[in-house]
Design a protein around this ligand. Structure first.
Ligand code: A3P
Length: 286
């Protein structure tokens, strides 16, 4: 098991203190990102991996389509910091509004997003379901580093030695900024509980005016069932892995009692006193 952990460390590279997957990110791309020119009407979806970014991306693109009939163009890599360093050049040709998904920590985002006051949706999910989703993603998707066991992944996750670094650092980093004018917090579990209400809030934040009937139509199209059925058409071969289970509480299938306690302690230590800690409703979902 030890040698597997050592082997995995070669699948990441560290850029400004954060590990990233070597098959998706490069330092050239990060350098090019520094000079990325965000537009005022860009919509940024910021989340730690596996918190539902593809779900929100679909919802936002449907909202835009309903209002303007503009069909969102998916870049070859939806995640802003992934892919080749020329991509930002190509993105200059994309029509507005562009939707930029990112897993970057707040302080790693290109400054032009803030200078040009792009709107930012920050998506969070309870760390236990998110960790289970991340584990399955690594182990299910071909050409993605896989872990020997859930226990091994959990150990690395708690140390922050996984792609995009520590969930807790990511959360602490975003915590101070969630009340900004152009920033809206979204909780995966809230959307699961009332999808139509969540979609309506997202539309209002983006200044998009839809009828109740239009909101209802989008909420029917964006349930997990509806999205997973069409996932191969919308997302290609990786579709079934991106739309795996879509449930709240899947952590119970993998977490041991000790791991449950360890996560609870970590949450307490890092987040319980923060305003984000309350927003995450840890007690309700964990
Ligand atoms: P699971 O692995 O728990 O199923 P991301 O898009 O950020 O990679 O997040 C992926 C997670 O969001 C997956 O979680 C996926 O199933 C879930 N998801 C995607 N679409 C969803 C939807 N319409 N409703 C609920 N969950 C969804």
């Amino acid at each position: 098991e030890k040698s597997k952990e050592t082997a995995l460390s070669h699948l990441f590279f560290t850029y400004q203190g954060i590990p990233y997957p070597i098959n998706m990110c490069t330092s050239e791309t990060f350098q090019a990102l520094d000079t990325f020119e965000a537009r005022h009407d860009d919509i940024v979806l910021a989340s730690y991996p596996k918190c539902g970014s593809n779900w929100i991306l679909y919802i936002v693109s449907e909202l835009i389509y309903a209002v303007s009939k503009i069909q969102f163009e998916y870049p070859e890599f939806p995640v802003l910091e992934c892919g080749d360093s020329e991509r930002y050049q190509r993105m200059k040709g994309f029509q507005s509004p562009r939707i930029l998904t990112t897993h970057l920590h707040y302080d790693k985002l290109p400054g032009s997003i803030f200078e040009n006051k792009a709107k930012i949706l920050v998506i969070f999910r309870n760390p236990k379901d998110m960790a289970v989703s991340f584990f399955h993603f690594h182990n299910d998707v071909p050409n993605t580093p896989s872990y020997g066991s859930w226990d091994e992944f959990f150990r690395q996750f708690m140390k922050g030695q996984v792609s995009w670094g520590s969930y807790f650092d990511f959360a602490i980093n975003w915590n101070k900024h969630l009340d900004g004018d152009n920033i809206k917090f979204i909780l995966y579990e809230d959307l699961k509980e009332n999808l139509a209400a969540g979609i309506k809030q997202i539309a209002e934040f983006l200044g998009l005016f839809l009828t109740g009937e239009q909101i209802q139509t989008i909420s029917v199209q964006s349930t997990f069932q509806a999205m997973s059925v069409k996932s191969q058409d919308t997302h290609g071969a990786v579709g079934p892995f991106l739309f795996r289970k879509g449930e709240v509480g899947d952590w119970k299938n993998l977490f041991s009692e000790t791991q449950n306690q360890e996560m609870g302690e970590k949450f307490k230590e890092c987040l319980v006193v923060t305003s984000l800690g309350a927003k995450l409703k840890y007690e309700s979902y964990c």
